[in-house]
Ligand binder design. Structure first.
Ligand SMILES: Cc1cc2nc3c(=O)[nH]c(=O)nc-3n(C[C@H](O)[C@H](O)[C@H](O)COP(=O)(O)O)c2cc1C
Length: 184
């Protein structure tokens, strides 16, 4: 069973979150995890990605929306993947990191979920009660469509906080468990 995580990160914060999503997925026995960072230049190997049972999409929120590198990757799937609905039935989920507590992160998650819907993928949400802002809390920012994390103006080794990273692990685990159930 394979889970791929396709993400963009300008300054390393979303990349850190992506690694925690990967750790959560890898904690499910029998799961192979691949991290794919889009750099805005090279093309992603769509055949390799097509071998995934689940694909989790991650982006920073820039200007209330997903980053252009991930958007470029999304558009690159239109001819080779979307036109034949090759990803129909695969599990999908998403996460976004931004600087402000809200920062209009929901706009980014909605775009990720719509992309997955247009591909006929099965969107997995975040099954956690809302936290109340504490930095060690799960789902600190109280989102459900996907994982929302927030980083301060500091290096990715210091931020986002522990609760956000554990929330990311939770989503990765949930996606891998869901994909395993759908396969059986
Ligand atoms: C061009 C640009 C636009 C941004 N727009 C937003 C925004 O709409 N909301 C927000 O909360 N933070 C915004 N930020 C802050 C980033 O979301 C924040 O720096 C985040 O850590 C970036 O993640 P990364 O380190 O993975 O690139 C913006 C940053 C840049 C450079």
């Amino acid at each position: 069973m394979k889970v791929s995580i396709v993400f963009e990160s300008g300054y390393g914060h979303t990349a850190r979150v992506a690694r925690h999503v990967a750790d959560g997925a890898a904690s499910v026995a029998g799961t192979e995890v691949e991290l794919v960072e889009v750099d805005g230049e090279g093309e992603v190997d769509l055949d390799a990605l097509g071998a995934s049972d689940a694909i989790i999409f991650g982006s920073p929120t820039y200007n209330g929306a997903l980053g252009w590198k991930l958007k470029r990757f999304f558009e690159s799937t239109t001819g080779p993947v979307w036109s034949e609905l090759k990803w129909r039935g695969k599990v999908a989920a998403g996460f976004t990191n931004s600087g402000a507590v809200s920062g209009d992160k929901l706009g980014t998650l909605v775009s990720l979920a719509l992309f997955a819907a247009q591909h006929g993928m099965v969107w997995v949400n975040l099954d956690l009660l809302p936290g109340h802002g504490g930095k060690d809390e799960l789902n600190r920012l109280g989102g459900w469509l996907g994982v929302m994390t927030q980083s301060d103006d500091a290096p990715p080794e210091q931020t986002p906080p522990a609760g956000d990273l554990r929330t990311a692990e939770h989503l990765g685990r949930r996606v891998a468990e869901t994909a395993a159930k759908l396969r059986s």
